[in-house]
Design a protein. Sequence first.
Length: 203
Amino acid sequence: MEQMEQMNRIKSFKSILVTSTRTLSDSNSIAADIATLVARNGKMVALVDADLRRPVIHKLFDLPNRVGLCDVLSGSRSPLAVMHRLDNGHLSILAAGIQARKSGDLIGSAKMFNLLQLLKKQFDKVIIHGPPFFYSETATLAAQVDGVVLLIHPGYSQVETSQSITDRFQKTGATIIGIVMRSQPGHHPGQTAFNDRLLAYDL
C-alpha cells in the first residue's frame, strides 16, 4: 500500500530540481539525462538550465547560449520563444543565457516562480538543472518545485549529507524524491537505476 502511494506521489511531480553537493566541473548533467529519457518515453519535457554561474546544458546539446533563462527572468524575452526544441518537439531546452553582473538573484525571484507555473501548464514535465545545493537560491528554488533529486559526490559522509539536506531543504518544505551517489567519473550505476525507476513510475 505504501509503495502504491509513493508511486502515485512521484507521478504527480510535474517539476523536478536536480542539485548537487558540490560545484560541477565536468560537462554532464543528471537533469539532462532524466529529461532526455522522459522525452523519449513520449512526454513533452522542458529542460531548464538554472545554474547561472556555470551553465552546462547548452554545451551538452551543442546549442547557443546567447539568450536564455536570464533574458526571460529579466523580462526581455518570452520563454517559449527562446527554447530549443529537440527529439521531434518532445524535449524543449531553455539555456541559462548570459547573466549580467548586477542582475541580482534571478533564480530566487517571483518571476522564476511564475515561469515554473507557465512551464508546468505547457509541458508534461519540467526538469531543472540547478545550482549546487549550498547556494541560497537553490533552497528557494527547491521550495517552488514538486520534488528534488540530490547528487552526492565523494567527500560527503552519510552523516554530513543528511545534516546538509535537513538544514538546507526541510526548512523550505521541499520534497526530496531521490539521492544519487556518485562514486567515480563515467558510468554511474546509481544514476542509471534511479533513471529507470523514474521511468517505471511513468514520470
